[in-house]
Design a protein around this ligand. Structure first.
Ligand code: DCP
Ligand code: MG
Ligand code: MN
Length: 338
C-alpha cells in the first residue's frame, strides 16, 4: 500500500526526499513559490517504487528542470551542495538557535534577526520575551537535550502515582516517541484517560487536583501556554517537570482523551507525524477521514475539496479496529517510525 511507500526502509527515494524536504523548509519563509516547487517534487517522488536516479528519470515524473538536476546530484554524488551551503549560512544557523527556544517559531526568529539580535545573550538582554520564551531561554540547554528512555519512565511513574491518588480509575499511556520504542525522547507525552470519562471530567480532575498536587510536590515546575496562542486547546496541558534531586527540567505534555476516542487519539499521539500523514492520506483515498477524534465516513466535500459535513463516525475507541477498517495490517507502535 501507499502507506508503506513513505517508510525509510521501503521508499527507494527516501534519502532524496529527506534532503529536498530540508531544502524546501529553508525556502519556506524567503521564497514560497520555490518551496512549493520542492514540495511538488517531493510529492512526485513519494509515489515512486523505483529509485529516481537521473535527470531524465526526474523529468519524466513531472519534476522541473532545476530540481531534476538536484535530484540527479543527490543520487549520483550522495551530496547536495546547495543544501550544505544553505545549512552553513550564518542566518540559517541563527534561525536554528532561536527556534530552539521553547515558544519561538520562524516568524519570531526572523523578526529578532531583523532587530539585529544574533545570540542567546542578545535575546536575554534586549529581546521582548513572552513568559514562555523567558522560561524557554532559561532552560535552553535542558529542553534541547533528549530524555533517556528510563528517565521518561520515571517521570511517568510519578504522574501515575498522582493519578491513582486522585482517582484509581485515572489511567496513563506514554505516547509519542516513547511508545514507538525510542531510546530517548524530546518530551514526555502523557495520554490521560478514564473509562467513561469525557474531556471536561478529565480536565477538571487534572487541573483541580492532579496538577496542583504535582506542583506542590515540586515535580511540575511550570505551565507553558501552548504554542498557538490563538487556539486555546482545552484538551492539552503543556509544562515542565523534573525528577526529585535533579535540576534538569524536561518538557511534559498532558493530553486529555475522552474514553470513546482512545483508539484514534492513540494513533495520533503515537505518531510519528509522517506516519500520521500517510495513514490519513490512506483514509482519504478510501473516502474516509481520520483525525485524533475518530475515523469518519460520508464526509461531504465541495468543489474545492472543502469539507461540508463532518461525516458519520465509524470507529474511535479501538486502535486495532481502525487499522482493520482501513484495510491495513495492524502496525505496532515500534513500526511507526517512518
Ligand atoms: N503530532 C503530529 N503532527 C504534529 C505534531 C505532533 O502528528 N505536527 C503527533 C505525532 C507525534 C505526537 O503527536 O508523534 C507527539 O508529538 P511530539 O512533538 O511530542 O513528537 P514525538 O513524541 O514523536 O517526538 P519527540 O521525541 O521529539 O517528542
Ligand atoms: Mg514527544
Ligand atoms: Mn509532545
Amino acid at each position: 500500500s501507499k502507506m508503506f511507500r513513505t517508510s525509510k526502509v521501503l521508499n527507494p527515494n527516501a534519502d532524496t526526499i529527506e534532503k529536498l524536504q530540508k531544502m524546501a523548509n529553508s525556502y519556506q519563509t524567503s521564497d514560497q513559490f520555490r518551496a512549493k516547487a520542492f514540495r511538488q517534487a517531493i510529492g512526485a517522488l513519494r509515489h515512486q517504487d523505483q529509485l529516481i536516479r537521473t535527470y531524465q528519470d526526474a523529468r519524466k515524473i513531472g519534476i522541473g528542470d532545476h530540481i531534476a538536476t538536484q535530484v540527479a546530484e543527490i543520487v549520483s554524488t550522495g551530496r547536495y551542495k546547495r543544501l550544505e551551503y544553505a545549512q552553513n549560512n550564518p542566518r540559517t544557523q541563527i534561525v536554528k538557535l532561536f527556534t530552539g527556544v521553547y515558544g519561538v517559531g520562524e516568524a519570531t526568529a526572523d523578526r529578532w534577526i531583523a532587530q539585529g539580535f544574533r545570540s542567546l545573550d542578545d535575546l536575554r538582554q534586549k529581546a521582548d520575551l513572552t513568559p514562555n520564551q523567558q522560561i524557554g531561554l532559561e532552560h535552553y540547554d535542558d529542553f534541547q537535550q533528549r530524555i533517556p528512555r528510563d528517565e521518561v519512565g520515571q517521570h511517568a511513574a510519578l504522574v501515575e502515582k498522582a493519578l491513582k491518588d486522585t482517582d484509581t480509575k485515572l489511567q496513563l499511556i506514554i505516547g509519542g516517541s516513547y511508545r514507538r520504542g525510542s531510546k530517548n525522547s524530546g518530551d514526555i507525552d502523557c495520554i490521560i484517560f478514564m473509562e467513561g470519562a469525557d474531556i471536561v471530567h478529565l480536565r477538571t480532575l487534572m487541573i483541580d487536583t492532579v496538577i496542583p498536587k504535582l506542583m506542590a510536590e515540586g515535580f511540575l515546575k511550570v505551565a507553558l501556554a501552548s504554542g498557538h496562542s490563538s487556539s486555546d486547546d482545552s484538551s492539552k496541558w503543556h509544562g515542565a517537570s523534573a525528577l526529585p534531586e535533579s535540576n534538569v527540567w524536561r518538557r511534559i505534555d498532558f493530553l486529555f482523551v475522552p474514553w470513546e476516542e482512545l483508539g484514534a487519539a492513540l494513533i495520533y499521539f503515537t505518531g510519528n507525524d509522517l506516519f500520521n500523514r500517510s495513514i490519513r492520506f490512506l483514509a482519504g483515498k478510501k473516502g474516509l477521514r481520520l483525525n485524533q477524534h475518530g475515523l469518519y465516513k460520508d464526509v461531504m466535500r465541495g468543489p474545492q475539496r472543502q469539507r461540508i459535513t463532518v461525516g458519520t463516525l465509524v470507529e474511535s475507541q479501538d486502535e486495532k479496529r481502525i487499522f482493520e477498517i482501513l484495510g491495513v495490517p495492524y502496525r505496532p507502535p515500534q513500526e511507526r517510525n517512518v
